[in-house]
Design a binder for this molecule. Structure first.
Ligand code: CA
Length: 228
């Protein structure tokens, strides 16, 4: 059974999420503090998606996210953000989260996001076992790895999916809507900003000079273009 970690210190919200995860066919693993979440993850390396609340009694959700990402690039991470905290979304994504859900959220919305992350995690392992090579980059679409000039670049699943889309469409301007729908799914109702933040993160990892990106270039008022 697919395992999902829910880190939330408010018992009511946690139980609400657990009930809905079970209903959607997931095995829910609960944690009420950041340290507890990190313990659960150590005990259950097969957890595919983690949902992290931000305000917690010990370490905050951003720090939990950072610590998870330090050792685990594969797991999908969804932050639970408060409606008024616009900065939470950006901070969460910059610390390595793949997505965020704003409180109060509907069970359908949350499970749709988890389903999307799990789909990407499973990937299309046998469908395309090939190497995409452009400029200094070599992407192995079978084991989801990227090398730049022979050195491994560690990407999250979302970053990988965006870069794969670019490498499959070299030289073509892709609109932010197109990227959002290809990477997050057609039914995704999040904001376009999530694309920009992920591109920002991706540039930090792959560009020679982040201030003057040459691989992922901005197409003003439209989106981005891959030009390696
Ligand atoms: Ca909380």
């Amino acid at each position: 059974m697919k395992k999902v970690l829910i880190l939330e210190d408010e018992v009511n919200i946690r139980s609400f999420v657990v009930i809905n995860l079970k209903r959607a066919g997931y095995h829910a693993i609960e944690a009420g503090t950041g340290e507890e979440a990190l313990d659960r993850l150590r005990d259950n390396p097969d957890i595919g998606v983690a949902i992290l609340d931000i305000m917690l009694p010990d370490i905050d959700g951003f720090e939990v996210c950072r610590r998870i990402r330090a050792t685990n690039k594969q797991i999908g991470i969804i932050m639970l953000t408060a409606r008024t905290q616009e900065m939470d979304k950006i901070t969460g994504l910059m610390t390595g989260a793949d997505d965020y859900v704003t409180k109060p959220f509907s069970p359908a919305e949350l499970t749709a996001r988890i389903d999307a992350l799990y789909r990407r995690l499973g990937g299309d392992m046998s469908a395309d076992s090939e190497l995409l090579a452009q400029g200094p980059f070599v992407m192995n679409t079978r084991n989801h790895t990227l090398e730049k000039s022979g050195s491994r670049v560690r990407l999250t699943q979302v970053e990988y999916a965006i870069l794969k889309l670019f490498m499959q469409n070299p030289g073509r301007a892709l609109s932010r809507e197109e990227i959002l729908s290809a990477v997050w799914g057609r039914d995704y109702e999040g904001e376009l900003k999530i694309v920009d933040v992920n591109i920002r993160r991706l540039r930090i990892k792959i560009e020679d000079d982040t201030a003057n990106p040459t691989y992922i270039t901005t197409v003003w008022g439209f989106g981005y273009k891959w030009g390696a």
